[in-house]
Design a protein around this ligand. Structure first.
Ligand SMILES: NC(=O)c1ccc[n+]([C@@H]2O[C@H](COP(=O)([O-])OP(=O)(O)OC[C@H]3O[C@@H](n4cnc5c(N)ncnc54)[C@H](OP(=O)(O)O)[C@@H]3O)[C@@H](O)[C@H]2O)c1
Length: 287
């Protein structure tokens, strides 16, 4: 169908928000999933289904063919192998599939800081941006800020112990953040636009927020005192290894990048502002 959009990551937060926005504006959605069982709610809403692992170029080619546009969401990988070979395999599969299917437009979910020169976790997104730049297709690189929804990891400790451990430091420094609901909505709106060539769209929420402010918001929502607590930098490697990570270095360098300021918006164009504020995200996460 001419107004069908292929959406990867649809069973996750951002992809789900992209699909909801498209469906509510009367578009057709092809849900690209790796597990048909998980796609049932989308089939029930009238979506077509295409089964494809994001690393399977052949299956992705079918999933990306005969559509009005494609949304590419690379799955998160916090513990990449040295040399980023998984990311390179993913890049290769997505690039091949887009080249073969040649959809009229693509929105790629990248990240704030994908342009950073220094190697870190977000180098995975830089590699994809570099590959997609070479495709003869209109591509939007959507670079959202830190997701407010990452806070879901902090809710249990805040609820049980009144503490929110923070890797973002110093605790009073406001950081650009955005709700995944805004990321998905804006990605869908971008997909519905027409543009030529490549463009970068950077996105943050209505206001920047510090860890101290987040703790105050958690405190309000949980109706108990909650304080932010800086996790000492020298303990990060051991902590991440204890949590099962093989190589904490890329994640640590990413966190350093936020704290030292070299992971930031490129700022070539004005940063787009979302609508969903911290209080709304926190309220939903603690509900
Ligand atoms: N967290 C942040 O602060 C932040 C900031 C900027 C950008 N980002 C970017 O946001 C993205 C994460 O978005 P999200 O929070 O919406 O993710 P999410 O909720 O964790 O969802 C991940 C999605 O990817 C799918 N997926 C995982 N492995 C797959 C595979 N091998 N093949 C096909 N699909 C696969 C999952 O499907 P299943 O249901 O089958 O698992 C799910 O639909 C990442 O690309 C990250 O770089 C994150």
């Amino acid at each position: 169908m001419p107004n069908t959009y292929a959406i990867t990551g649809i069973t996750g937060k951002v992809g789900g928000a992209v699909a909801r926005t498209l469906l509510s504006s009367g578009q057709h959605v092809r849900a690209v999933v790796r597990d048909v069982g998980k796609a049932r709610p989308w089939a029930d809403r009238g979506c077509e289904l295409a089964v494809a692992d994001i690393e399977d170029a052949g299956a992705l080619t079918g999933a990306f063919s005969d559509v009005a546009g494609v949304f590419v969401l690379p799955p998160p990988n916090f513990d990449p192998e040295p040399g980023f070979w998984e990311a390179k395999a993913l890049v290769s599969a997505v690039r091949q599939a887009l080249e073969a299917a040649s959809p009229p437009k693509v929105v790629f979910l990248s990240s704030i800081g994908a342009q950073a020169a220094e190697s870190n976790l977000l180098t995975q997104r830089k590699l994809m941006e570099e590959a997609l730049l070479l495709l003869p297709l209109p591509v939007t690189f959507l670079r959202p800020a830190w997701f407010m929804d990452n806070l879901s990891w902090d809710v249990p400790a805040a609820r049980d112990r009144g503490v929110m451990p923070s890797f973002l430091q110093p605790l009073e420094k406001a950081v650009p953040m955005v709700a995944t609901a805004d990321v998905g909505r804006v990605a869908a709106e971008l997909l519905l636009q027409d543009w030529n060539g490549k463009r970068v769209v950077e996105l943050e929420g209505p206001e920047r927020v510090s860890p101290n402010r987040i703790a105050a918001e958690l405190s309000k929502a949980l109706q108990r005192p909650v304080r932010a607590e800086a996790v000492p930098r020298e303990s990060w490697a051991a902590l991440f290894r204890a949590q099962g990570m093989r190589d904490p270095a890329p994640r640590i360098r990413m966190l350093d990048g936020f704290n030292e300021g070299w992971i930031r918006f490129e700022g070539a164009a004005p940063v787009v502002k979302g609508r969903v504020g911290l209080a709304e995200v926190v309220r939903k996460l603690v509900a």
